[in-house]
Design a protein around this ligand. Structure first.
Ligand SMILES: Nc1ncnc2c1ncn2[C@@H]1O[C@H](COP(=O)(O)OP(=O)(O)OP(=O)(O)O)[C@@H](O)[C@H]1O
Ligand SMILES: [Mg+2]
Length: 438
């Protein structure tokens, strides 16, 4: 369980005095500090003066419609969730308030329990207080991703999450699920699945459907009823599997393998891939109709090297996670920021973990970082001097040199050939000769 920040300040925009007083009393007892604005004008005035962690907003206010105020609130308090409360819960109001950026919608009369729960979840999301599932970062890119998550979570839209390996795609999927309020998060990794296995996993099967089907098994689709179905590595599906999936996405109906009962599942689909699905559609390896089905909204999670400003925060976060007290010098942080992080956040996380286990001493210098990133050549170089024979020493150096350059340029052989000034074919020959892995 997470503990609520007892100093969370809330703005309650509500013109009905009896309602606002009651709410204030109860919320204060729960440890919130509540300011009341009985009109939009008053709310505007208050947010100029102080910061609020969250806003409770009535829609029918004396000087206007709360719906028209949401956008302004979002701009003024971009990190603070807005919960709309109203007695006139018309569907179009719900839709519009969520669209404008409200976090949730409560229809009067609501129970206090419901309000407190909603509030707690909203504040946790905004400040990432729930353990283990935080999305750390305050770069523009990450803020934009968080914003999008918040916007789409409650909807039924299918979501496609794209990005390099290790950027946090699964984390995004889980966040969306958590905020959606849906039941279960059911995931299926589509990589390395034969068509038979994919179908068995997705649809489930009846006893005897195939030789190894000793008993009935429910498929992921069924398990995800009223929950979220997360299809990871969706770009790896074969054409046949794509066709099967498309059919069930169109109808939301299917049968278990070897069965004839028609099952309807109300799942919400989230998919992820580190492949360029658009390009795959163009070249014909991914069905266009399927793409449109799964990509109701596309969330692109940028690589870590494009949001370097998050690196110190992430380092701090992982240090805390591993209960590790280390201090990175300015220089060492600078080096971390200039690293390419091909494995993105996962690589950074592993790096910190490795360092916490193996590094003695509290301070982490630039040289330490180099060592733990495996980008130091000093030891290898001193070994070179042990060689008696110049030819062997030269070759060893050549190998190290090429390895280092390849690492530096992310394995881009063409680029490296250009940079070090030899022919591409010559470079390939050397890579092969020395058995260098790219
Ligand atoms: N912004 C972040 N804040 C905190 N932890 C993060 C963040 N982004 C990623 N992580 C952590 O990094 C690891 C990799 O993230 P995740 O598994 O979500 O990546 P992915 O994009 O799904 O990778 P892959 O394509 O290889 O499956 C996880 O342990 C995750 O918790
Ligand atoms: Mg993943």
């Amino acid at each position: 369980m997470t503990t609520l920040n007892p100093k969370s300040k809330l703005l309650l925009v509500e013109d009905d005095k009896s309602v606002s007083q009651t709410l204030r009393t109860i919320l204060s007892e729960e440890g919130y500090e509540v300011s009341i604005a009985e009109s939009i004008a008053k709310a505007r005035e208050l947010i100029q003066r102080e910061y609020f962690h969250g806003v409770l907003l009535d829609l029918w206010l004396p000087d206007g419609n709360g719906l028209d105020f949401i956008k302004e609130l979002r701009e003024q308090l971009p990190l603070s969730p807005i919960i709309v409360i109203t007695a006139h819960g018309k569907t179009e109001h719900v839709v519009r308030s969520i669209k404008e950026g409200a976090y949730d919608f409560l229809e009067k009369p609501f129970s206090m329990e419901r309000l407190l729960l909603t509030l707690k979840k909203a504040l946790e999301f905004s400040f990432g207080e729930e353990e283990g599932e935080e999305m750390v970062g305050n770069s523009r890119a990450v803020m934009a991703v968080k914003e999008l998550i918040r916007k789409v979570a409650k909807s039924e839209l299918s979501v496609l999450i794209l990005g390099e390996s290790g950027v946090g795609k699964e984390l995004v999927a889980r966040q969306i699920h958590r905020l959606s309020g849906r039941k279960r998060f059911v995931d299926l990794n589509c990589a390395n699945l034969s068509d038979e296995l994919f179908e068995a996993e997705l649809f489930g099967y009846e006893k005897g459907a195939f030789t190894s089907a000793h008993s009935r098994k429910e498929g992921k689709l069924e398990l995800a009823h009223e929950g979220t179905l997360f299809l990871d590595e969706i770009g790896d599906l074969s054409p046949k599997a794509q066709a099967k999936l498309l059919r069930v996405l169109e109808t939301k109906q299917f049968s278990r393998l070897g069965g004839n009962q028609v099952i309807t599942s109300n799942f919400r689909l989230i998919s992820a891939s580190n492949k360029d699905l658009k390009a795959m559609v163009e070249e014909g390896s991914f069905r266009e109709d399927l793409y449109h089905r799964i990509a109701g909204v596309v969330i692109e999670v940028p690589p870590l090297r494009e949001r370097k400003e998050d690196i110190p925060l992430l380092v701090e976060f992982f240090l805390k996670k591993y209960h590790c007290k280390k201090h990175f010098t300015e220089e060492s942080l600078k080096l971390l920021k200039s690293h390419r992080w091909k494995g993105n956040v996962r690589e950074l996380k592993n790096f910190v973990e490795r360092l916490c286990i193996l590094h003695e001493g509290e301070e982490v210098s630039k040289a330490d970082v180099e060592r733990f990133l495996g980008i130091t050549y000093q030891e290898d170089l001193s070994e070179l001097f042990e060689e008696k024979d110049l030819r062997t020493a030269k070759q060893k150096f050549e190998k190290l040199f090429i390895q280092k350059k390849l690492r530096e340029y992310n394995g881009d052989v063409k680029k490296v050939a250009e940079v070090i000034g030899i022919d591409l074919s010559n470079l390939y020959r050397k890579i092969k000769l020395y058995g260098i892995e790219i």
